[in-house]
Write a protein that binds this ligand. Structure first.
Ligand code: PMT
Length: 401
């Protein structure tokens, strides 16, 4: 399964480092070429001799060899690797990765990585629960790092709780799944809309909404990781552009409409995740509207429906995916939108569900397909939600061929 893949394993200093040897062995057995980087502290927990023996290559720890000046080039390691797995990832290493601190070879190499990065945390349950650790994990997820959550069980401290590093075979299986997925969209072009739109009232004010863009950017990043050419048409957000994604920035619904219509023809699919305004002011004042004593009315007119327009012009081989953000009669409303906009599938999220919708790092979705199939998912990080949506998109694409 991993034949010919270059996998870099970063080992940081925790008791679970002993499991890193089994991980490397499994990866090698599955056909991967494995190199190991250890932090200086990791060597207190497992010897470099063990790791060199199981990986069949010398272990890298220092930036250079003081004996002969041989330089361990973190940039070329970054180019060499098809996947970088940090296992175990201690609270300290996760914190440094989240903040771009580069004071050992494992960390400088992380900053040079172009391939998917996977972290398998291992620590005591209270360290895992600490808000600092949780916030670092969220930052890393935003940066596109795949976090393999530690299962609960008996810890080295003797306490019971979450914090044990996931078992080596499960980490290896996760890496294999990444490669299978990565291939699945090579040669395809996918358009994604994300974020809010701002409808200007005057030069100072606008009508907007609470979309942060996180869901759409997670989709764009995951699509690019799977080899798709991704065109992200985004309303105003402050999010970093995912690696390998072409970004077109827009502000208002009319601009988003024009940008999408212009580019849709050359694509295989469009995923319409943006929270596009349904109404826009009929007139935009050219000067700042002055404060007065009377109440003020602004007349709104409907915006053009991007999803519906694509539904009319799409070709047999093109797929359109909509989102439905609902507050009541959720399933019925989403089903209506699926029909009215001629979508192939719609992703429903409800503001009544905790951890779903605007702004949060998680979402809770129900996917409804044209044939009536309904799949409900639990609350998950938006990164994982994106993977589930893309898996469904890939399935529907293959049904169309
Ligand atoms: O950005 P985040 O903070 O991560 O939040 C994610 C999200 C909640 C914005 C996202 O998951 C989501 O639900 N996006 C769609 C929000 C929305 O506008 O839903 P809707 O039910 O009003 O629209 C239905 C569909 O029509 C959507 O695909 C929308 O993009 C599309 N639409 C709407 C209006 C319009 N003029 N043109 C459109 O294409």
């Amino acid at each position: 399964m991993l034949k010919g893949k270059h996998i870099l394993v970063g080992v940081s200093g925790g008791i679970a480092a002993y499991k890193a040897a089994a991980l490397v062995r499994t990866l090698v057995k599955d056909g991967a070429e494995v190199r190991v980087i250890m932090t200086p502290v990791a060597k207190h927990f497992i010897t470099s001799l063990t790791m060199a023996t199981v990986s069949k290559h010398p272990v890298l720890t220092e930036f250079y060899n003081p004996e002969n000046g041989d330089w361990n080039n973190h940039v070329s390691l970054g180019l060499w690797a098809d996947a970088y797995v940090v296992a175990p990832a201690t609270a300290n290493t996760l914190a440094k990765m989240a903040h771009g601190i580069a004071d050992n070879l494992l960390l400088t190499t992380y900053l040079s990585m172009r391939c998917p990065v996977i972290a398998a945390p291992a620590m005591d349950m209270d360290m895992w629960k600490h808000p600092a650790t949780q916030s670092n994990l969220q930052t890393l997820q935003k940066h596109g790092v795949h976090i393999i959550e530690p299962p609960a069980g008996e810890l080295a401290s003797g306490l019971e709780g979450k914090g044990r590093m996931e078992e080596p075979e499960k980490i290896a299986a996760f890496i294999e799944r990444l490669f299978v997925k990565k291939k699945s969209l090579a040669g395809k072009t996918v358009l994604v809309t994300a974020g809010p739109t701002y409808e200007a009232i005057d030069p100072v004010r606008f009508i907007g909404n609470h979309s942060s863009g996180k869901m759409g950017y997670a989709l764009a990043g995951s699509l690019a990781n799977r080899g798709a050419q991704v065109l992200l048409i985004s309303g105003p957000t402050s999010l970093p552009v995912p690696r390998g994604v072409e970004l077109v920035r827009v502000t208002a619904a009319a601009e988003m409409y024009a940008a999408v219509i212009e580019r849709f023809a050359g694509t295989d699919a469009a995923i319409l995740c943006a929270a596009v305004a349904d109404y826009t002011p009929e007139k935009k004042s050219t000067h700042k509207i002055k404060r007065g004593k009377e109440s003020l009315s602004i007349t709104l007119k409907p915006t053009a429906d991007i999803a519906a327009a694509l539904g009319k012009q799409k070709q047999k081989n093109q797929l359109t995916v909509g989102f439905a953000l609902e507050t009541d009669n959720e399933l019925a409303n989403a089903q209506k939108k699926l029909q009215a906009k001629n979508l192939d599938l719609i992703v429903l999220n409800s503001l009544n569900d905790e951890g779903a919708g605007f702004g949060s790092d998680t979402n809770k979705i129900t996917i409804i397909k044209k044939d009536g199939t309904v799949v409900t998912c639990p609350v998950l990080p938006k990164q994982e939600v994106a993977e589930i949506i893309i898996d469904t998109v890939v399935d529907v694409m293959s049904e169309k061929v």
